[in-house]
Design a protein around this ligand. Sequence first.
Ligand SMILES: Cc1cc2nc3c(=O)[nH]c(=O)nc-3n(C[C@H](O)[C@H](O)[C@H](O)COP(=O)(O)O)c2cc1C
Length: 281
Amino acid sequence: MERTAIRLGGVELSSSVMNAAGPHSAERGELYELGARHQGALVFKSCNSAGLETPENLKNRGVQHFAAIARALAPRDKVIIASVVGNTEDEIVQVAGILDRAGVKIVELNLADDYVMNSVAPFASYQRLKVLVGRVRGEIGAVLAIKLPPKPGTIEAQALAELLKEMGVGVVVCANDLPKDLEIDPATGRIKGGARPLSQAHAFWRLGGGVYDVVAVGGINSGRDAYVAHLTAAKAVAVGSALIKEGAGALGRIDRELDGMLAENGKRSVNEIIGQARFES
Ligand SMILES: Cc1cc2nc3c(=O)[nH]c(=O)nc-3n(C[C@H](O)[C@H](O)[C@H](O)COP(=O)(O)O)c2cc1C
């Protein structure tokens, strides 16, 4: 077994490193290249029903484009994570259903983007979020993932985590917004200072109590970044900007660097370090 292999939301992945939705993941050629060059999950750019020209960051060819790619790649044992946006609840439910039936293993609702926040406003109330998540849960057989915005709104974090657990969300995609001056010794996982939430990923991992898995996204550019994100609770890490800068090879590089650090520290599996960071006091 590969040292970086994990189970994410119950789905076996041969690497804990994956691409973040968006960069290098909109066009067929980009997705085939990522799929061929990296053994882990393949994450699709967020899509809606008919496609979008604006906003620029959500430009996409529509769900049927992605469903066709999923139908081609899923039978070849490629684990696909598809990402959904929409400007109505009905659209989100419909797009999630189409991707599910195309064979994706994990359906991620991108509730982090302003496009969704300003239309569906999923975090406007506990009840609104519960209805949306419940409708999608009822529509799909795949594992359900939710990408959280940096500031989810008025729902208190503990209540939000309870809702995610209760509604059977298997994966929560969170910001890897660790403090820039975090002092951590990767070899021991020791962190300077007292116990505190270190990032959105760390906070939601603590609140989740192991019921869902956490994917950390943001600032993962090296194996060390991935190692620290794992220590601070991420089951998997998603790579965005490094893919834009470096191309598809970034995923393999980060996986190899992570694997090297695990070996150096005497770890046989990345699972041995997930959430193992310890505070000094
Ligand atoms: C050009 C671009 C397009 C993006 N498109 C999406 C998207 O379609 N869906 C999504 O959930 N996030 C999208 N993101 C956000 C990324 O998934 C990720 O959260 C962000 O880039 C932070 O990670 P990084 O620091 O590794 O870049 C996009 C980011 C960029 C730079």
